[in-house]
Write a protein that binds this ligand. Sequence first.
Ligand SMILES: Cc1ncc(COP(=O)(O)O)c(C=O)c1O
Length: 404
Amino acid sequence: MFKVNENYLKLPGSYLFSTIAKKVNAFTEAHPDRTIVRLGIGDVTQPLGEPVIRALHDAVAEMAYAETFHGYSPDLGYSFLREAIASGDYKARGCEIEPDEIFVSDGAKSDSGNIQELFSEDSRIAVCDPVYPVYVDSNVMAGRTGTYDPKTGYWSNVIYMPCTAANGFIADLPKEVPDVIYLCFPNNPTGAAITKDRLQDWVDYANKNGSVIIYDAAYEAYISEKDMPHSIYECEGARTCAIEIRSFSKNAGFTGLRLGYTVVPKDLKCGDASLHDMWARRHGTKFNGAPYIVQRAGAACYTDEGRAMIKSLVGYYMENARTIRDGLEKLGYTCYGGVNSPYVWMKTPDGMTSWDFFDYLLENAGVVGTPGSGFGPNGEGYFRLTAFGSHENSKNALERFAKL
Ligand SMILES: Cc1ncc(COP(=O)(O)O)c(C=O)c1O
C-alpha cells in the first residue's frame, strides 16, 4: 500500500477565505435585498493597461507564423525580460544584480512556496506573526515543522516573530537564531514598510549568523515614502544572505496572467554549495518556463509607457487606500498601513475579536474585510481592508462605516 506524505495531514484546513465565503453566502441568502461591498481578498480589479494589452496582441500574432512561433521558453526566462528586470528594477536603484541571477516564474506564490526545497529538512525557519500563510504551510508540507497547536495557533519548531503596534509591525531580530528567515515588505497583511536602516540590521544579522533571508517584495511598487528600500539588495551585504521574490500581480495587474521572478545572487553560498546553481537546477527540472506571450507582456512594463501604466494603476489603488485610511481615522478608528501598501490594517473597535468584528461589519454595514487573526495569533484584534477595489466601492464602504 502506498503511503502519503503525512506532513500534509498535519495541516489544519485553510479556513480563512472559505469561512469568509460561507458567511457572506449565508448573509446574501438571508438578505437578498442587501448589497455587499467586498474589501477582503487581495486581488486587483482594474483591467490590464494599454502597453500590456498591445504586447499580448503582438506576441499572439507572432505565434501564428512558423518564423516567429515560440515553443518552450528557456527554463529561467527569456533574456529580453531578464535584462529589462536587471536594468529596470535593480541597476536603476544601484543594486548589483545580473540578468542571469534572475529566474522568471509564474508568480511569487509558487516561488515563495517552492524556495524552501533548497534548505535541509532540519532547518529552523522564522516567520512574522501575522504572516502570509504560504511560507509556513510550504514548510509544513516539507516536514520542517513540528505539530500544530490549535489552542495557540502556533506550530512547534517554528520561530515566530511578533509584529505588533508596539514594534511598529516590524519584527525584532530573533534571539534564537533561525536558519531561514521570511520577511515581506511592504507587508501583507499589516501594510507595514521597513526603512533601509532597519533592513540593513536584518542583513547584518543574517550575514553574522549564517542565516538566509527570503525577502518577499511583491508590494514594492506601493512604496511612497523616501527612506524605504524597494529591494533588499539596496542593503550592503545582501548578495551573500538574501533571496528576493517579486511579482507582476500587484503592480501591473497580472494576477490572472501569472508572472513573477526570484533573484538568487551567485554570492549566496553554503560552503561550496551555490544556491543560485541549485535553484537553476530545480527550475530546469520542475518548471518549463513562463509563457512567451506573458513574458513579452512583462517586458512591456519596463518601457516608458509601461512605467506610466504602473504608476497610474498603483496611484488608483493608493487613492483608495487613502480614502479608506483617512476616512476610518476621521471616524475614530485606529489604522496602520495604507501608505506604502494597498492594505489598511485597522484595530477592531471596543476590543472586539477579529471574527466578531467581521460578523458585526457584515451584518450592520454589508462590508467584507479579512479578520486579522486569520494571519496568525498576533493578528487578533485587527482587520485587513484592501485598496484593490474600485473608487466607488471604497467610498461606499466608508459611507457604510460612517452609519455604524
Ligand atoms: C506577500 C505576498 N506574496 C506573494 C503573493 C502572490 O503573488 P503572485 O500573484 O505573484 O503569485 C501574494 C498575493 O497575495 C502576497 O500577498
